[in-house]
Design a protein around this ligand. Structure first.
Ligand code: FEO
Length: 403
């Protein structure tokens, strides 16, 4: 059965929702699923903007067949070659063999690398700023390298203000019927997944996102719709989401608050983390989030570290090193460029307490623009009441640094 929605009068969402995929990129849990957005324009000529993951190909073909209603597919515009969007290119070419492919040099190279057999089809190679007309609609191509791959471009329909934004402004989460961001409570139900998507997929490439935001800034008043490759389409309150992207890509904390991540083998380091959280709340700072590094997917921790201004890392010492899952979190913070935060440390060790010094060294050597508070809590196996002054000193230091 086809499943389509109108974006505008002559532009259709013909993508697919996927609730069967457990791990996006075989790495990130997506309990709310994901959508692969593909858009079909019916102008004097017809044009498909990007395809879907091969696992959802049949849905795409059924949707396209319904919307085309016997018309040929004239053009296939490829903005991004990652297989969650490009995986169905070959099938589209087989079904509509006369289609002309519009993309850029790097993308055509990747199509060949992936073995999509595009060389038997007409190819129109575009460059930054080129325009193309499908009849009444004229589009222009704007390159957005590393948002998320080097070949990425976005396509702007100058006729009606539709921006096909590729991965930018995307989010995890299946649409389940609701196409537009104004049809859901985005801030309540989608923002966390949008942040987790952005920070984990392109968190490393903040400067590249800033570049595309700068390009978009010159035509902001002309953008009426943002059509990303994942998640809802934006047609209202565009600045809400654009500002979130600006904040995340500049590595500016979204909120003043404290993220406490603990690594605890037998509950004692966890008890210290909880005691710290309670004291912070007691003193009025209730924007506190506590996570067990062992049971929380690291993608969630990365997302939260982009959200909060302050991080407390509480770790046991393990084989005279940092607890492996805490080390993995630190390495992911490095990989995704988490920076410009205030960090406090809690260390634990039964034979030898090393984790605090090792975490401090990692942060100093590997992460950018981090401020580490001097007031560290050190404990041997468990936090005794004799450590209350140390704990209080840490609470006060955190609160003072937030003032
Ligand atoms: Fe959704 Fe970079 O692909």
């Amino acid at each position: 059965m086809y499943c389509v929605r109108n974006v505008t009068e002559d532009l259709y969402w013909v993508g697919a929702n996927d609730h069967r995929l457990a791990l996006f990129e075989n790495a990130y849990p997506i309990p709310r699923g994901v959508s692969y957005n593909s858009y079909l324009l019916l102008d004097e000529k017809t044009a498909l903007f990007d395809t879907v993951d091969f696992g959802s190909c049949r849905q795409l073909i059924e949707n396209m067949t319904h919307v085309l209603d016997g018309r040929p597919l004239d053009y296939l515009v490829i903005n991004h070659l990652e297989p969650d969007h490009a995986g169905s290119i070959e099938e589209v070419l087989l079904r509509w063999p006369k289609v002309k492919i519009i993309s850029n040099e790097k993308a055509f190279m990747l199509m060949r690398q992936f073995g999509f057999h595009v060389d038997t089809h007409d190819q129109i190679e575009v460059k930054e700023g080129d325009t193309f007309s499908f009849g009444t609609h004229t589009v222009t191509f704007v390159f957005a390298p590393m948002v998320h791959w080097p070949e990425v471009m976005v396509t702007f329909d100058v006729t009606n203000g539709v921006l096909f934004s590729a991965d930018a402004f995307g989010t995890f989460g299946a649409l389940d019927g609701k196409l537009f961001a104004d049809e859901v409570n985005f801030d309540r139900d989608w923002l966390d997944d949008a942040r987790r998507y952005l920070t984990n997929i392109v968190g490393k490439y903040g400067p590249h996102i800033q570049l595309i935001l700068k390009k978009a800034g010159t035509i902001l008043d002309k953008i009426k719709y943002i059509c990303p490759l994942h998640g809802p389409v934006w047609r209202k309150d565009l600045m809400y989401f654009i500002q979130k992207y600006d904040t995340w890509s500049r590595y500016v904390p979204e909120e003043k608050g404290v993220l406490i991540v603990y690594a605890s083998m037998y509950g004692n380091t966890e008890a210290a983390a909880q005691a710290l959280a309670a004291r912070l709340c007691e003193k009025g700072q209730t924007n506190v989030a506590v996570y067990d590094v062992s049971s929380t997917d690291v993608s969630q921790l990365i997302s939260e570290s982009f959200k909060y201004s302050h991080l407390v890392l509480a770790s046991v010492t393990y084989n005279l090193g940092i607890y492996p899952k805490m080390l993995n979190f630190l390495m992911d913070m490095k990989a995704l460029n988490v920076q410009n935060r205030t960090i406090a440390l809690i260390e634990n060790g039964s034979w030898a307490c090393k984790s605090g010094d090792l975490m401090q060294k990692f942060i100093n050597d590997e992460l950018k623009d981090m401020t580490i508070l001097n007031e560290r809590v050190s404990m041997a196996s468990s936090l005794g009441t004799d450590k209350v002054p140390e704990l209080d000193a840490l609470v006060n230091a955190i609160l003072e640094s937030m003032a």
